[in-house]
Design a protein around this ligand. Sequence first.
Ligand code: SF4
Length: 530
Amino acid sequence: MTEHTRVDYGADDVDAKMRATPGPTRIHDGQSVAASKIVCSACPVLCNISEGRTGACDRYANVAGALIRVDPVVMLRKHDGSETAKAATLVPFVREGEAWQGDILADERLFVTGIGASSTYPDYKPAPFIVASQVDGIDMVTVVTEAIFSYCSYRVKIDTDRFLGPEQASVRYRGEVVGHVTTAEYGSQMLSLGGVHHLTGGSKKEGRATCDVMLALGNRDAVEVTIDGGATLALTAGRAPIVDGVLEQRMRVGCGSATIGIFAPQWLGHVDEVIVVDDHITGVLSEHQAGRYIGIGRSGIRVRGRKSTPGRYFQVANPGTGWGGTDVSDPLEIIESIDARIAWPGLRLLMVSTTGEHHAYFELDSGLRPVPKEMPEAVARVVARIGENCEPSLTSVLFVGGAGGSLRAGATDNPILLTRAIKRALVNVTAGGAPTYVWPGGGITFMVDVTRMPLHAFGSVPTPALVAPLEFTLRMADFAALGGHMQYVKSLDEVLRHGSYHVDGAPQGLVLANASAANPWPLSALAMLG
Ligand code: SF4
């Protein structure tokens, strides 16, 4: 490491909030430092922290000569199905000679998360909490850690048709490149943000900007990013995206062709032609299979672009923020020709976008020119139904973390056995109690929806890297079989009273929060297995 931070950070109320922890003080992990300082070894930055101050990440502090974790560990209380959410409760762990204030917790069904759990990086110590519990008479164990991820990124799904920028274009935060536009999905534009390349492979400024934008996105704070050759986006996980200052409302019902397929029967008898304008696949009712199926005759209207299959056209316009994600503001621009041998005066033409937000109704005059007319009510009803079938536009943020490295040593002496157990579905991997998807293939690469995690579940360290909670829950017998650190297993009751097994950098208490009713209870998933 060449980037050690030796600076103290202010946390004016550290002394007032936190009590001193008995144990080693001036010498930490064998490193002597100035009498009033402590070395934090929870990450490779190795801050020297003066008394009453916090380290560079604001997570650890020197209180009366002891290194403590500033924020409490978050424990989840199983949702009891009631409508009334219980307030989060803060309970300090018991120190010698003190009475425990947490008796009320004993009957609760609780899960220890990695949020605030503390850890070391690389993981040369066992995980701070290895918690035994019983589920339906089965002995379970949860290995809880707060992982530090140099290898991590986000997949950000933005529900919009609008053109945000060319595929592979750089995404910038505070002017630094922090990711790129990746493959668009059905009704959504996708970004890939963060990752080890931007965290470590560029300038220090790029690494910091990457870490900051990732921290904010994971914690569901608003961020503003710009795309080279594209839009400025205001993004918050779980909220509607704002594209160039415009709040996105609707996710399209489908591509132009799909929209034709869905609504064709509802247009029958009310219009002679419908063109659904879409940046990818523009649909033309009279040529489309759906139009033929319901007996719509040819209209003689031909749109621009490359014909893919009957009634489905690619590249009718350039991408943009106009109709259907094209740069079109006047839909008639995409009409290439009207065949006088087929079309007729009075032909009724609807042009509509894939969200129904843009729509116009025309009738051909005696010269076969489209003339705007008031839309008949029956046609307007179908246009409204397109809108009704659009889902609310959202920004979805999936965190992708690589947990196949040293943190496995916090669980077992033989890390490959943990990896294999996960691949054999013997381990429930959760992040802050939220379910994860573990990718197939090597390593432990997992994804989690940040909106299913408790709020503000992420932290960071200035290496730079992201800090995120991770829990492995498995049967005690399987844990023993994979060489788990059995000597560090503590009962839930013991954890509730005294916290983690270690003293240095330990959280001083727990905060009890309600588990999300949308998530499966993390302890139940494996206990159900035969
Ligand atoms: S974990 Fe935080 S306080 Fe400890 S060394 Fe790293 S940055 Fe400093």
